[in-house]
Design a protein around this ligand. Structure first.
Ligand SMILES: [Zn+2]
Length: 357
């Protein structure tokens, strides 16, 4: 295989993923017609590879494409990005999207173990503080326990009312939520919005200069309803907070099933905001994230990851489809597989004439 683009002479660069085709950072393949191209990143032209070098690499590409979970496709063409950064462009009918448990298993497991450690620290810490009171009273007199009690109250205030999450919507629109408000965040159905869902949160009132005197921050909560991109941003910040346990492999697998049942990552928020089956029976009327089944919350978190990465790829796809049509007609000629229709007719008629003569 050549190492330079046939059209602009730019070097393809290397890839470590494809054993038989170690050049190029974007590879296009068509398993049905047995075609393989190296796409030039400089001029975007597709370089058709020689016949004899295609087959094993096409198989390799197909296998890797199927193994990749983040991919986008039209009816004719699909695009996937391998974890190492190699892009695969697959010509042919789209594959049914599936979601891999392994991609998330590790993230959620890591969170799970961190949470267990933090909780253990808290369990040891709180009784320790309570036990310290009498001990201090006996040793240094009554002032110290009073100070301790005041400190404990402050600590409770700090835990319950301090901003635990900041949703940055830009300047004065930034929202700050306490831990309690995070637990109260709602996923609501909204048919007036094109996405069909929204997020509704109570948030701490922003303090202006004189609010310090009123100490009023926690007594005056505001409500905000977020849509579209802002709702996604809020969800991406809220969900890790309300998915405290992360998940072991079994829970992640269950979340994947929920996601598939919802109709995939794009539909997950819309579907779950409408379903009564995603909560425990007694929680049916509540729209809170926290009353969703834990696996459903994980599924929503997965949906956000998938969607974000798909969006990044989707922009390129429409252009790729257009380029592919052009390159395919060139490949037809190069491979001598499909001659133009009128040429076929001409040959046919020539044969008829010669046969008749
Ligand atoms: Zn080029």
């Amino acid at each position: 295989m050549y190492s330079h683009c046939l059209f602009c002479q730019t070097t393809f660069g290397q890839n470590l993923e494809l054993e038989r085709l170690p050049v190029g950072r974007r590879i296009a393949f068509d398993a049905t017609k047995g075609r393989l191209w190296v796409v030039c990143r400089a001029c975007a032209r597709w370089n058709l590879t020689p016949f004899e070098e295609r087959w094993e690499t096409i198989e390799d590409c197909e296998r890797r494409f199927r193994g990749t979970q983040v991919r986008v496709s039209t009816d004719n063409i699909g695009l996937a990005r391998l974890p190492e950064g190699l892009d695969l462009v697959r010509i042919g009918k789209p594959l049914r999207p599936e979601f891999a448990a392994w991609r998330y298993g590790e993230t959620f497991l890591r969170r799970h173990s961190q949470r267990v450690i933090r909780r253990a620290a808290r369990v040891v810490g709180a009784p320790g503080l309570v036990a310290a009171g009498p001990v201090l009273a006996a040793t240094v007199g009554p002032v110290a326990p009073l100070a301790l009690a005041a400190g404990a109250l402050g600590a409770i205030y700090y835990l319950l009312r301090r901003p635990d999450l900041r949703i940055q919507l830009g300047g004065s629109r930034d929202l700050e939520l306490s831990a309690e408000q995070i637990r109260g965040a709602l996923l609501i159905r909204d048919d007036t919005d094109p996405n069909g869902w929204a997020i509704m949160v109570q948030h701490l009132k922003r303090l202006d200069r004189f609010d310090w005197l009123r100490f009023g921050r926690e007594y005056d909560p505001n409500w905000a309803v977020l849509y579209g991109q802002e709702a996604r941003l809020a969800a991406s910040l809220l969900l890790p907070k309300v998915n405290p346990l992360g998940g072991d492999q079994a829970r992640v697998a269950e979340a994947v099933r929920w996601l598939e049942a919802a109709g995939g990552p794009e539909a997950a928020f819309r579907t779950f905001s409408r379903s009564h089956l995603v909560r425990m029976p007694l929680d049916n009327v509540e729209s809170r994230f926290t009353t969703l089944h834990a696996e459903v919350r994980l599924a929503l978190e997965m949906a956000l990851h998938e969607e974000e990465e798909r969006r990044a790829l989707a922009g390129e796809l429409s252009v790729l489809e257009w380029v592919w049509r052009h390159e395919e007609s060139l490949a037809d000629l190069a491979d001598g597989l499909g001659l133009p229709a009128d040429l076929d007719q001409q040959l046919e008629s020539l044969r008829g004439q010669s046969g008749g003569g």
